[in-house]
Design a protein around this ligand. Sequence first.
Ligand code: GLY
Length: 400
Amino acid sequence: MKLFKTLVVLIIGFNLSCSNKTTETIKISPETHLKSAEKQLALLLEAAENANRIPRTLNKEGDIHWTRPKFDWTEGFFPGSCWYLFEQTKDEKWKIAAEKFQTMFENHKFITDNHDLGFVFNCSYGNGYRLTNNEAFKHIMITAADSLLTRFNPNVGCIKSWDVNAGWQAKRGWKFPVIVDNMMNLELLFKVSEFTKDPKYKDAALIHANTTIKNHFRDDNSSVHVVDYDPETGEVRGKYAAQGYADESSWARGQAWGLYGYTVCYRFTKDQKYLAQAEKIANYILNFEGLPKDGIPYWDYHAPNIPNEPRDVSAAAITVSALMELNDYSNHSFIDAIDKIMTSLASNDYTAEFGENKHFILKHSVGSIPHGNEIDVPLNYADYYYLEALGRYKTMALKN
Ligand code: GLY
């Protein structure tokens, strides 16, 4: 795209002082923002080294909240961010950090009571293997995929998301809940089928993706958060909100996970059905009437008190990273949307000043409003997908 090229040429050497301007007028340089992100995360790394813990978010007192050592679905993102910084800077310090922090949860590869192994091991060890070809990382990913596969139920055609015998999930009367987020666990399975030449991982991933297309999506291509199945018959028992506002509403991060997940399905299969699904989700997100002008969604598209509702920057970071991959596959051009969201994320509205925000990169994300957790805070996964997006943006700029 000529326009994109001109833009990138114009911003080379552009001073960071531009970030004082409004989001509409900033034209961002991926290199500049990667540099600032690295400076900021170097401080977060220092804090993590001192605590010997993995940072997740901030608590109500404004201090760093660390991942739970037992298991935490977000534990892979901080080492994943270190891998992205190693990729961009080639500075060994980031490789050493990534390895150190992912080793802290290596043993979780045996866990079978949680579906988030795909998130955890693909974002950490998956990036590590991609960048270093370390065979040990590959074997850890295979073990994690084997553990994840124990949750696949052929009657349902899905991987079970949450166990229902404990925690808040136990109070909902569900039998076999599957959340749209679970689409993000499939990338690990696709990769492990490639490593092992055993199709069983990919086959389960495809059945899961097909069942999810059938039951999670509404006529307008938005997605419900939770579909509960009968584990014996595979019948749908009900469709519900968990982290979103209402059963019929569109939880922002859920839409982003679906978009990213089907884009990945297309990457591994080249099946047009997945490309079409990803495009439909992208169009739902980008054409949603109440989407704010800067492209950063409220935490739920149907949140009751818009415009007085928190934004969810994590949803925007996941969305824009997925759009950059989808843009390569799709006849639709998502470049304008990509430019807009990246410009917004890189602005002072959403990127913290150096040394602030307890050294997380992005501000204003939401974990779960219905659970009263992590409201208007930084989140390690917002930073992870933003770093991924900056890397992809840099590649896009070089290609155009
Ligand atoms: N379950 C992942 C999320 O909160 O988006």
